[in-house]
Design a binder for this molecule. Structure first.
Ligand SMILES: N[C@@H](CCC(=O)N[C@@H](CS)C(=O)NCC(=O)O)C(=O)O
Length: 238
């Protein structure tokens, strides 16, 4: 994961026929989903990080949208994080992450859709001082949804004792929330108001794939600051 980013002018590293490659960015929450699935399944892969401020032209041949993550294996290319994760779960079916029960599968999809409300706050109201208060209030409503959904399940994770795909899908932004909460502690998941969500949080930190892919909070915070300043430091610490 910790390889310097390719940028405009960088040559495309040659890909071996049988190798699995991820085009990624070290601090991208969407690429983290894919890396979590790769780690959970112990799938060997190589990483090509992309400087998203200076994308090499060959990257658009991999993904015309110009976003990471992208997976490449032989002549197959997959982009969009959920598509990459589902493909991995189908092609490498051990440690299965997608629930087989159609109803749970549907509810997991609902959770994922609803989760967009939290990421919306993360990139919007919680970032700006004049909308922070409104964002914090709204966040409590959003947390309640997850609390209620966890109450329908055995827990501690949405997948039970083991993570399901939806746990990995929603984790990356939750991992970053404590950093946002440094601004105002009410952003953090309050254990009294949301005991099940707080339990989910602690249980997720014990999942080996989560630990393997964790980026320390100070590094996350530094990176976010460089993004806000308009000069993301994709190779920070390398
Ligand atoms: N819907 C996409 C979102 C991916 C995404 O937004 N990735 C960001 C980095 S975190 C990116 O590549 N941004 C570059 C750009 O939009 O030009 C997915 O789930 O894969």
């Amino acid at each position: 994961m910790d390889v310097k980013s390719s940028r405009v002018g960088s040559p495309l590293p040659p890909l071996q026929k049988t190798a699995l490659r991820i085009y990624s960015m070290r601090f991208c929450p969407y690429a983290q989903r894919t890396r979590l699935v790769l780690a959970h399944k112990n799938i060997p892969y190589e990483t090509v990080n992309i400087d998203l401020s200076s994308k090499p032209s060959w990257f658009f041949e991999k993904n015309p949208l110009g976003t990471v993550p992208v997976l490449e294996k032989g002549d197959k290319i997959i982009y969009e994080s959920t598509a990459t994760c589902e493909w991995l779960d189908d092609v490498y079916p051990h440690n299965r992450l997608t629930p087989s029960d159609p109803y749970i599968k549907a509810r997991d999809r609902m959770i994922l859709e609803y989760y967009g409300k939290i990421t919306g706050l993360f990139y919007g109201k919680l970032r700006k001082d004049d909308t922070l208060e409104e964002g914090i209030q709204e966040l409590q409503t959003r947390y309640q949804f997850f609390e209620d959904e966890l109450a329908r399940r055995e827990g501690p994770l949405f997948g039970g004792e083991q993570p399901a795909m939806v746990d990995f899908y929603i984790w990356p932004h939750f991992e970053r929330l404590p950093i946002v909460a440094r601004k105002d502690q009410r952003i953090a998941v309050n254990v009294t108001s949301f005991p099940r969500l707080a339990r989910w949080y602690s249980a997720m930190y014990k999942v080996p794939a989560i630990k393997a892919m964790e980026v320390d909070p100070d590094t996350q915070e530094y990176f976010l600051k460089t993004v806000v300043a308009g000069a993301p430091d994709f190779d920070y610490g390398l």
